[in-house]
Design a protein around this ligand. Structure first.
Ligand code: SF4
Length: 396
């Protein structure tokens, strides 16, 4: 029995720290764990902003940047959070300047920053532009003020649109919009309206995630106590399928379970995660993946700052996966992409033959119509995409 579990993970829970090596690492992630207030569904590593702590944090990440990034030539940089634009103008300028000291910014293929529409001033947009940021990811989430309020967002739909047009005016040509659907009481027509509003903006990229109920978040307390009622899986599934059809009809390429892009505008940075390639993460709770080893930094912002100050170790966890587990992970991550993975590439990356390693699972899933497996590639079918999490479990 395969249950509906639509692309629930926000990919970017991956943040990190890594050892210095001389080989090429494709991507750098920098985590800014500050927000103006917490949204009711959020379990990301973020705290409510305190200005002095931000300054101390920036000093700590500068040190980490200095000790880990030297000699690498990255292809992509992604500044995520939290809310990077919760930093004030001086702090944002300081952050982007310190990155430019350690990274050859003009040679990047993609330089993204996440923006919360409630925190972006005109001046911050200019600072980003002047510092070569070339891709903006705006967390709009909904064009319906009622749901924005329910979710605890700090902006209205009109404010979000104004920010979008302002960024266009400043010359940003690559903008992604994050949307969430499947809130308690949301009707499918309301979600259709959100998608239509989004397409009207003609943005280059859309991430559309089904709301997840993470333990410990206020929304879970509200649904547990009956204050809010979750949508059922059939309704979520209808919304997911409508999303795929509607966005494809509007010239978006459905390239990952929850991600859609105009041709050539797929997110290069997140593709590194899905292709299980190496990355370095900087900041509290950040993960890195280097030389087959995964590292994670101290999650608490306070502890991260104090460890940095006293020159203590920032890594709190590391693991080197056994080869077979690594092979499973390569396949699972690759199946998130609608293009899947070729047998040849799987062997090159994992050292295993796909048929030999997963013959039984591949046959069963093919018979169930959930994957498409031919001489060349393996990928999820349309039916498989809508129950992707359950399909992936077969390869764990
Ligand atoms: S803005 Fe993003 S990171 Fe901050 S609380 Fe809301 S969902 Fe979480």
């Amino acid at each position: 029995m395969y249950v509906c579990s639509i692309g629930k993970a926000k990919v970017r829970k991956q943040l990190g720290l890594a050892v210095i090596t001389q080989h090429q690492i494709p991507s750098l992630y920098i985590h800014i764990p500050f927000c103006i207030s917490k949204c009711i569904y959020c379990d990301f590593n973020s705290i409510v902003t305190k200005s002095q702590m931000v300054d101390e944090y920036l000093t700590a990440i500068e040190q980490e940047l200095q000790s880990t990034t030297g000699k690498h030539s990255f292809r992509t940089v992604f500044i995520g959070g939290g809310t990077p634009t919760a930093l004030n103008e001086t702090q944002l300028d300081r952050l982007l300047n310190m990155i430019a000291k350690h990274v050859d910014v003009p040679s990047l293929k993609e330089y993204t920053i996440e923006v919360n529409p409630g925190t972006l001033s005109n001046e911050k947009a200019v600072i980003m532009k002047n510092n070569h940021v070339d891709r903006i990811s705006i967390g709009i989430q909904s064009f319906n003020d009622r749901y924005l309020k329910l979710l605890g967002r700090i902006h209205s739909a009109n404010e979000a649109k104004d920010i979008y047009f302002n960024l266009r005016e400043k010359g940003f040509k690559n903008i992604s919009i994050d949307l969430i659907y499947g809130y308690p009481a949301q009707a499918i027509n309301e979600w259709k309206k959100d998608l239509r509003e989004c397409c009207k903006l003609d943005t280059e990229h859309i991430s559309a995630y089904c709301l997840t109920y993470e333990q410990g978040t206020p929304i879970v307390e509200m649904t547990d106590s009956g204050t809010l009622n979750k949508l059922n899986e059939e309704e979520e599934l209808k919304m997911y399928e409508f999303t795929n059809d509607f966005l494809c009809d509007n010239d978006y390429n459905h390239y990952e379970i929850s991600n859609f892009a105009k041709r050539g505008k797929e997110c290069l940075h997140n593709t590194v995660y899905w292709e299980n390639r190496e990355y370095i993460g900087i900041g509290a709770g950040a993960f890195s993946y280097v030389n087959g080893e995964r590292y994670c930094n101290i999650k608490s912002v306070k502890e991260y700052i104090s460890s940095s100050r006293s020159k203590k170790r920032l890594i709190c966890f590391s693991e080197k996966l056994p080869q077979k587990q690594r092979a499973s992970e390569i396949l699972i991550m690759a199946l998130r992409m609608t293009s899947g993975i070729s047998k040849k590439e799987f062997t090159q990356r994992s050292g295993f033959d796909l048929n030999e390693l997963f013959e039984k699972q591949l046959n069963n899933l093919t018979q169930a119509g959930l994957i498409n497996f031919d001489d060349e590639r393996v990928r999820l079918t349309r039916k498989g995409l809508s129950v992707a999490d359950s399909v992936m479990m077969e390869f764990v």
